[in-house]
Every structure is written in structure tokens, then in C-alpha cells.
Design a protein around this ligand. Structure first.
Ligand SMILES: Nc1ncnc2c1ncn2[C@@H]1O[C@H](COP(=O)(O)OP(=O)(O)OP(=O)(O)O)[C@@H](O)[C@H]1O
Length: 423
């Protein structure tokens, strides 16, 4: 028995990009075969296998080639080179509306899709009740689908896709347009499917990928970057995205870098950031590390043991220095603070022109998933009376990973909550 459901071997999709529409015509009639286009690799030499029964998540930023890859797997697009072999009946939810005729009613579209999948009318008659009850769109089923809202559309499309007994189910972000209750219903169905079917799943929602997939691949600019366990891959991906978004130097390699507790491993502060204070001492670097592995990190889990290192340069002699930091949420609310003074650590005088490194080791607060920032500061004096020498807002951006199965609101993640019914 063949255990491979999908095999992609050196698959590429090259689009020809023309500056002007007329260039396409010019190229086709040019007697010397002159090229008027540039080639764009939407998918570039990608190879992977999907085993039967696997639920594979595909992640990647916008425009990285995920949809193009799925379209080639479903046969909507042909690869420019390479081979794709599919072993099993595919049902796919790609773009909204794909596979539906807008002029036909919902009901007619159900039968049309059934025919495409090789079912007879009698077979579809038997499936109809399940399709209608899952879609739950009432009398709209008798209306032309062109008047459907996107939510109604996805209800019908998903219902058809899962009720025509596919062996391979492909879902491209489509669920995100449904209302939350329907989404939950779909996810329950996907959960049911997971044990018996092969599922390919594209989503920007990493918590969904982490929860439902047992493997993930990451595509960037048409190239496959990594293939592995969803949780590990999403950490790397988020580190990459934070780096990409903030135009900082956080890269996948950085996030894996092993370091010792030494001052030279602290990253320099981005020079474009505003520094407050009298500048008698300046924060010049900040980095966060996993306390156990000593890997430099920009993604943490609630309660993860971490070390925060801060580098300071004295621009004069400073007596009674205090080093501290604040953790803020994306709205700028200060969530937590600490400093050497409240920790009752006295730091010896700092000398002009010298560099110093300091570390804080703590469990990261159990914050809800999202982005947070760390603002380091150096002052001198005491908690009550001090002079602020340097203070850098949002010097380090940290992404807190989801750890719970379901995403709840609130600032904190509550763990160890016990629930019971009273007699
Ligand atoms: N018909 C086309 N002609 C030229 N370029 C195209 C065509 N279709 C897609 N592309 C380009 O190919 C690249 C990959 O697109 P694709 O839709 O596969 O990305 P994606 O990862 O699914 O993105 P998103 O997350 O935004 O859905 C993009 O840069 C896109 O602009």
C-alpha cells in the first residue's frame, strides 16, 4: 500500500511579468524571439512528501507562494517544472468562489461539484441532507450563489468539501471569513478528519497550525525554508517576521545562536531609537536569552525562564548606579518592572568610558499571546531619589507565544484553574 498522499519533486512555478500589456504581443510576434518579460519564481524548486494521514500546515508571509503551491497540487495550475503526484481524491477550499458557478443556485452548485468529483445524482442525493445541515444557510440554498455573502459562501463550500468523502482535504485560509461559531464547527470537523484523512492547511494563524497540524513547512519568497514540528517552526517564523517587520537584524540564525553569559554577546541598540536621560551613562545593548539553552530569543512562552542582558557605557564616573527594565504591552501599558535597587543589589561605581554588562534572570510573566516590548534604563541614586541617565523605550520587541489550546482574551494567561460542579 502506498503511504504517500502527495509528492512534490523540484516543483517551480515561473510567471512571466510584462511591464506593459502590449509587451506580451510584441514578444509573441518578434521574429528574433526577443524577450519582453522578466521571469518571477512564485515557487522555486520545492520538494516534499505528505504521508497519508498527515495534517500539514503551510506557513509563510503574504505572497510567499503558498496558494500557488496548493493550486498546483489541486491541478488548477500546472508547474513550470518539476512533478507533483497525488494519491487520493482531493477536495479543496482555495479562493472564495473557486469551483462554484455564480449563476447557479447553491443546490445546483452542490450537484455540479458532486459530478466533478465523480458522484452520480443518486449518490449526491444521499449526501444532500448532511451538506445542507452543516452549511445551515436556510432558503438561500435556492438562490444564485452570486448573491451570497462571503460567510454564506464559505459555509456552503466547506460543507460540500467535507461531505464528498475526500481522501485529501486542502484548506487555504478559507475558514477565516466564516463567523466564529461556524469556524469552531469546521475545526471540530477537521479534528474528526485528522485521524483518517490527509489535510493540507494554509493559515496565517499560527495557533491554528500548532493545534491542528502534526507537521509544517515554511515557504518564503517561493523557497522552502524549513520543514518540521509546527511549534518549533512557528517560533522561527515569528522570529523572522518580527525581524522582517521591524527591519532589525533578527534572523533565524540569530534566534538559534548559542551564547555564553558575556558582555560581547549583547546586541547593540538600534541607533534610530530615541534615548531619554542626561546621557551620563548610556544603554548600548540589550538581548534576551533562554535561561536553559542560552539561545538568543525574541519569542517566549509565558513563564519561560529567561535572562535579560543589558550593556551600559559610562560617560562619566557614576556612583550608586541602578539598572532596570520595564515590560510594556503594545498599547504602552507598563506590565512589569524590575531593577537592581529593588533587588537589593548594589553596583560598584562605574568609570568614565568603560562598558559594563548586567543580567536579570526571571520567569517571563504569563502574558497573553502578542507583542510586548522591553525598555531598559540606567539611573543612579535610590528608588525614591534618582537621576535618569538613559532610558530607551521599546528597545527590544518580544513575541509571546500562545500556549493554550484556545485563545482567550485578557492580559494574563491563567494556568492551574480548576473547575468543578457543586453538589
Ligand atoms: N497570475 C500571476 N501572475 C504573476 N504573478 C503572480 C500570479 N499569481 C500569483 N503571483 C505572484 O506570485 C507570488 C506568490 O503568490 P501566492 O498567492 O502563491 O502567495 P501566498 O503565499 O498564497 O500569499 P497570501 O498569503 O497573500 O495568500 C506573489 O508575489 C504573487 O504576486
Amino acid at each position: 500500500m502506498n503511504e504517500i498522499a502527495i509528492q512534490a519533486t523540484n516543483v517551480s512555478k515561473i510567471y512571466k511579468l510584462y511591464d506593459k500589456p502590449i509587451d506580451r504581443l510584441k514578444e509573441s510576434i518578434n521574429p528574433f524571439g526577443k524577450k519582453y518579460h522578466q521571469e518571477f519564481h512564485a515557487v522555486n524548486d520545492i520538494s516534499f512528501d505528505v504521508k497519508k494521514g498527515e495534517t500539514l500546515g503551510i506557513i509563510g508571509k503574504n505572497g510567499s507562494g503558498k496558494s500557488t503551491l496548493l493550486k498546483m497540487i489541486t491541478g488548477v495550475l500546472n508547474p513550470s517544472s518539476g512533478q507533483i503526484s497525488v494519491n487520493g481524491k482531493i477536495s479543496a477550499l482555495l479562493e472564495l468562489g473557486a469551483g462554484f458557478n455564480p449563476e447557479l443556485t447553491g443546490l445546483e452548485n452542490i450537484y455540479m461539484n458532486g459530478t466533478i468529483m465523480g458522484y452520480t445524482k443518486a449518490e449526491m442525493d444521499r449526501k444532500l441532507d448532511d451538506i445542507l445541515s452543516f452549511a445551515d444557510i436556510g432558503d438561500f440554498i435556492h438562490q444564485a450563489v452570486k448573491i451570497y455573502s462571503s460567510g454564506m459562501f464559505v459555509r456552503l463550500a466547506f460543507s460540500v468539501a467535507i461531505n464528498i468523502d475526500p481522501e485529501i482535504l486542502i484548506i487555504d485560509e478559507a475558514l477565516s471569513v466564516g463567523d466564529m461559531r461556524f469556524q469552531q464547527k469546521c475545526f471540530r470537523k477537521i479534528d474528526e478528519f485528522k485521524d483518517t484523512k490527509t489535510i493540507l492547511f494554509v493559515s496565517h494563524d499560527l495557533s491554528v497550525i500548532n493545534k491542528y497540524c502534526n507537521r509544517a513547512i515554511w515557504i518564503n519568497e517561493g523557497i522552502m525554508i524549513d520543514d518540521g514540528v509546527p511549534k518549533e517552526l512557528s517560533k522561527k517564523y515569528q522570529a523572522f517576521m518580527i525581524g522582517a517587520n521591524l527591519n532589525k537584524t533578527v534572523t533565524v540564525q540569530d534566534s538559534n545562536e548559542m551564547i555564553k553569559d558575556t558582555i560581547e554577546h549583547i546586541d547593540s541598540i538600534d541607533e534610530s531609537l530615541d534615548v531619554m536621560g542626561d546621557d551620563e551613562a548610556r544603554i548600548t545593548g540589550i538581548s534576551l536569552f533562554d535561561a536553559e539553552s542560552s539561545q538568543k530569543i525574541s519569542i517566549v512562552e509565558p513563564n519561560q525562564a529567561v535572562k535579560l542582558f543589558i550593556k551600559v557605557k559610562a560617560n562619566t564616573n557614576i556612583e550608586d548606579p541602578i539598572i532596570g527594565f520595564s515590560i510594556k504591552d503594545r498599547l504602552g501599558n507598563v506590565i512589569a518592572q524590575s531593577n537592581s535597587f529593588v533587588l537589593e543589589q548594589s553596583i560598584p561605581e562605574m568609570h568614565n568610558e568603560k562598558y559594563y554588562g548586567f543580567g536579570f534572570e526571571f520567569n517571563f510573566p504569563p502574558l497573553n499571546m502578542g507583542q510586548y516590548s522591553i525598555s531598559p534604563a540606567v539611573a543612579s541614586g535610590s528608588q525614591e531619589v534618582h537621576t535618569q541617565h538613559s532610558w530607551i523605550h521599546d528597545a527590544l520587541i518580544i513575541q509571546v507565544m500562545p500556549v493554550q489550546k484556545y485563545q482567550l482574551s485578557g492580559f494574563f494567561v491563567m494556568d492551574n484553574v480548576k473547575f468543578y460542579s457543586l453538589e
